[in-house]
Every structure is written in structure tokens, then in C-alpha cells.
Design a protein around this ligand. Structure first.
Ligand SMILES: [Cu+2]
Length: 122
């Protein structure tokens, strides 16, 4: 948890610095210093929200999953290399990750055998 917060603080600082003089942080920009894309995930019993939604992200954009769950578990990000992120009961902010090439990357819970989101990386 402490490590996740430190990472988050770093990301916030970087984005804050990059944000100077940039009126629209959501603008595509030059492909660097992209704003963090936060995806809220709620896991209740054997259902998950979102459930297979497409989410657009950019190459090298930091992606952060905030997971709210009744019990701990693991989320897989099927990128190359693959990321396996564990969460605890309650709300967990997972370490940010990036994807370095365009394509569709599936984020899923193997425990539930459900696709949470498909990241559409451009
Ligand atoms: Cu997997």
C-alpha cells in the first residue's frame, strides 16, 4: 500500500510538472507526459464492473486500476510482458503500468473468468 502511494505521488508530481502551460491535459499532445488513465473496478461476489468495456488509452500512457473488492485476488493484464497485479479486500490502487505498442490488451480476473476491460491502445 505504501509503495503504491509512493508510485502514485511520483506520477502526480510528473503530471503536475508536465501540466504547466498545457491547457488541456486530455489533449493527445506529443505522446509524452500523458495523463494517468484511472479505471475504477468493482468486484462483488462473482460479478465485476466494468465487464468487458473497451477503454481507449495511448501508447505509453500510465494506466492505473483502482480495485474495490470484498476479498483479495489477482488481475491479469495480457500485454507483452504480462502484468499480474494483486489486490486486497477493500480499495487497492494498483501500481501504474504502460503498454508500449498499439493493439487490444485484455485485462481480466482469472478467478472470475471475466474480462474487466479491453484496453484499446493507440
Ligand atoms: Cu491472465
Amino acid at each position: 500500500m505504501r509503495r503504491a502511494l509512493a508510485v502514485l505521488a511520483l506520477v502526480v508530481c510528473t503530471v503536475g510538472l508536465a501540466g504547466c502551460g498545457d491547457d488541456d491535459p486530455n489533449d493527445a499532445g506529443d505522446g509524452k507526459d500523458l495523463p494517468t488513465k484511472t479505471i475504477d473496478v468493482t468486484i462483488t461476489g462473482d460479478s465485476v464492473t466494468p465487464n468487458g468495456d473497451r477503454v481507449s488509452v495511448q501508447v505509453d500512457q500510465p494506466i492505473e486500476l483502482v480495485v474495490k473488492a470484498e476479498a483479495g485476488g489477482e488481475i491479469h493484464v495480457h500485454s507483452d510482458p504480462e502484468h499480474e497485479l494483486t489486490y486486497s479486500a477493500g480499495t487497492t490502487t494498483l501500481p501504474t503500468f504502460t503498454i508500449d505498442k498499439p493493439g487490444i490488451v485484455t485485462v481480466e480476473s482469472h478467478a472470475l473468468e471475466k474480462t474487466i476491460v479491453q484496453l484499446e491502445v493507440k
